[in-house]
Design a protein around this ligand. Structure first.
Ligand code: PMP
Length: 395
């Protein structure tokens, strides 16, 4: 006799071997700039991926409103079944030219883009070489594709080359996949070296620019330099829920890549199309971030924060605006995050499976909206004896 559904759920959720790995939701009831309110308490938030503050920009909001007035609140169907709108095509042309590619295709989220693209491109005869710290959406796409999956040590192209040398010939098509700015470590992949390996071993190359799009690059298109590498990177993925401040995702590549995804990408085909009003807001966000003022402001804040971390001898991970302070133990990381919250700073602990077991950390995100005073408050708490004593260094 099996348990009832409720009993089964209760057992599953309450018998987690390590309760410090349990996730909880924290509804924000009000937000203004970097200030958030939960229940009746206000905090300065250091967790948001709204790196440039565009989710609250008045022009973006106005485009959203205008978009609703013109297109309605939703798209009403899949892109191939009545859900297609002119505004998606305008956005896609813009994304293609921004990333130096022939075409682009918009998805409801970066997750849907990755999971759908990887599973539409590879089969059980193929092979995927993914960085050890790659995002879950790519791993899920790899699982669905049934291709053989090899993981190379984080950023270790020597390790990747070893695996390629041993295994490449055993499979039909091969895909190397990584992130240009890693979501949890905030570090950069070596695009040049990956292009070199792709060419040497005749693989395809896919780079997820979710955390770089809108922040890096001459035109803020991401870390893939259009003039140098655009034709070598076969699949570029971006997300709008971070620097762009809206939501959704996209892929850019050749016209044929787009054509194939429209035929075969299940997360694109079997889902109600992107919200047209959000597409309109996203276009406005792209206009606002184009001159680079917000990115300049962000760079100043990040540099100031890192300078203070170094001065205070606080070890951290991250070449970018995403900064990891490693605690190690999951429960200790939770306790430290709680300590920040008790002091009015909204900081959360990142734990397994988002990061490896024993590498629990605070993921501190500096945005263009933070003031110097806010950053100083963050440093003060990081330097408090309670927190400092718990910080670990990992290479
Ligand atoms: N790729 C990376 C590297 C990510 O970090 C994330 C989410 N944080 C995604 C894809 C998924 O994007 P979205 O949130 O738009 O689903």
């Amino acid at each position: 006799m099996t348990d009832s559904f409720e009993e089964w759920l209760h057992q599953k959720t309450h018998s987690l071997s390590d309760p410090s790995l349990r996730r909880t939701l924290h509804p924000i009831c009000h937000q203004q700039g970097s200030l958030i309110r939960l229940n009746d308490t206000s905090y300065i938030s250091f967790t948001s991926n709204d790196y440039l503050g565009l989710s609250q920009h008045e022009d973006v909001l106005q485009s959203y409103r205008d978009g609703i007035a013109r297109w309605g609140a939703g798209s009403g169907g899949s892109r191939v079944l009545g859900g297609d709108r002119e505004v998606f095509h305008i956005l896609e042309s813009r994304l293609a030219s921004l990333t130096g590619q022939e075409s682009a295709l918009v998805f409801n989220s970066g997750y849907q883009a990755n999971v759908g693209i990887v599973s539409a491109l590879l089969t059980e005869k193929d092979v995927i070489y993914a960085d050890k710290k790659i995002h879950a959406s790519i791993l899920d796409g790899a699982r669905l594709s049934k291709a053989k999956l090899y993981r190379f040590a984080h950023h270790n192209t020597t390790h990747l080359k070893e695996i390629l040398t041993k295994t490449r010939d055993l499979y039909a098509n091969a895909l190397i996949v990584t992130e240009s700015v890693f979501s949890m470590d905030g570090d950069f992949c070596d695009i040049q070296e990956l292009v070199h390996l792709k060419e040497a071993f005749q693989t395809w190359l896919m780079i997820d620019e979710a955390h770089a799009f809108g922040i890096y690059g001459k035109r803020y298109q991401g870390r893939i330099d259009c003039t140098q590498w655009a034709k070598s990177v076969d699949v570029t993925v971006g997300a709008f829920g971070k620097a762009v401040g809206t939501c959704g995702g996209f892929v850019s590549g050749t016209r044929l890549l787009k054509e194939w995804l429209i035929q075969a990408c299940r997360s694109f085909l079997f889902s109600t199309a992107y919200c047209p009003a959000i597409a309109a807001a996203t276009l406005t966000s792209l206009d606002i971030l184009a001159p680079g003022d917000l990115q300049g402001q962000l760079a100043i804040r990040v540099a100031s924060f890192k300078e203070q971390l170094t001065l205070n001898k606080i070890p951290f991970l991250g070449q970018s605006h995403i900064i990891g302070v490693v605690i190690g133990d999951e429960q200790e990381a939770m306790d430290v995050a709680q300590y920040f919250q008790n002091n009015g700073l909204w900081v959360q602990a990142i734990r397994h499976p988002t990061v490896a077991k024993g590498e629990a950390r605070l993921r501190l995100v500096i945005t263009a909206m933070h003031t110097q005073d806010m950053i100083d408050r963050l440093i003060t708490i990081l330097c408090s004896p309670y927190v400092r004593e718990k910080i670990r260094f990992i290479a």
